[in-house]
Design a protein around this ligand. Structure first.
Ligand code: SF4
Ligand code: SF4
Length: 164
């Protein structure tokens, strides 16, 4: 059963509450460093505040857009749309984006039923698994642009030590 995003849609990326850990942003921070764009990005992040993710690439319509770092996007972005969470009864419940559920109401109901008997990916569990790789400092959840900034500063510091 498929519950795809609306074609061309990128509305969730405009949500200023998208968060990530510094650890999750290390892969894209390394790529930025390898591409020689570290200073450019630090300047961008220190510029006028933008409340949504700086990697968002807007489309022609206000609701259209896409991720500029799809391969390196953090965990929340990988699971948002159709992800699981534990309800008060400790059952896995699916959280499905309102645009997807409006477009595919029957499939949404079926997926929610299926989630009761089959294991759906639960965001909190995957976040916890990822956090096993980091320290409390690296695992702290921050607004995504702030997490990127911290990841870039850490890479920059490491690079300076390597050059000593
Ligand atoms: S990293 Fe990509 S998917 Fe996540 S909020 Fe930014 S643009 Fe959207
Ligand atoms: S999860 Fe929802 S808001 Fe986000 S891109 Fe998919 S359809 Fe659009």
């Amino acid at each position: 059963m498929k519950l795809p995003c609306l074609e061309g849609c990128g509305q969730c990326c405009l949500n200023p509450e998208v968060d990530a850990s510094t650890l999750e942003m290390i892969p894209i921070a390394l790529k930025i460093f390898d591409d020689g764009k570290l200073e450019e990005w630090l300047t961008k992040l220190d510029g006028p505040t933008q409340d949504h993710c700086l990697f968002y690439v807007r489309g022609n319509e206000p609701w259209q857009g896409q991720c500029g770092i799809y391969q390196e996007r953090p965990a929340l972005c990988r699971m948002f749309g159709v992800g699981g969470y534990m309800n008060k009864e400790r059952e896995v419940t699916l959280s499905i984006c309102k645009y997807i559920s409006q477009k595919y109401p029957a499939e949404t109901l079926a997926a929610k039923e299926k989630a009761k008997t089959e294991k759906a990916p639960v965001f909190a569990i995957w976040t916890s698994l990822v956090s096993n790789l980091g320290t409390p400092d690296l695992n702290q959840r921050l607004p995504i642009n702030e997490a990127l900034k911290r990841a870039l500063h850490k890479i920059s510091l490491l690079a300076q030590y390597e050059n000593l």
